[in-house]
Every structure is written in structure tokens, then in C-alpha cells.
Write a new protein. Structure first.
Length: 68
């Protein structure tokens, strides 16, 4: 997938009680903990007036057939 946008990976240390709360919230929303943290960060930034545009997701499936 050359040129596909990559997600930035980094270590995040959380208080175990905070992680447990986020984990429970993620389960009720049917999301992973990672996706839930991303949603919470976007909501917090938006409340502060910072709009973060979503990058388009990578294309899935087989590439289109090329006629020769």
C-alpha cells in the first residue's frame, strides 16, 4: 500500500483506573480502546474549537484489473 496514510503509533501510559473506564466505554460503543481514545480526543479538541479533518481510510480489497 504505497502512499497510504499511516496511523502514528506511540506509547501512552494511563492510570489503570482511567484505562479501565475507557475500556468499559469502548465496549459499550463496540469500539477498540484505541478507537475510543481517538474519538474522545477528537471530541475534546472540537469542544476547544479545533476541528481535525479525518484522513481517508486506505482502500480495501483487490486492486482494479488493468487492461493491457
Amino acid at each position: 500500500m504505497a502512499g497510504a496514510p499511516q496511523k502514528k503509533a506511540f506509547a501512552l501510559r494511563l492510570d489503570p483506573a482511567l484505562h479501565q473506564c475507557v475500556e468499559r466505554l469502548a465496549a459499550t460503543e463496540l469500539r477498540s480502546v484505541n478507537a475510543e481514545i481517538e474519538v474522545l480526543l477528537r471530541e475534546a479538541l472540537e469542544r476547544r474549537g479545533i476541528r481535525v479533518e479525518r484522513t481517508p481510510p486506505p482502500r480495501r480489497g483487490r486492486p482494479p484489473e488493468v487492461e493491457e
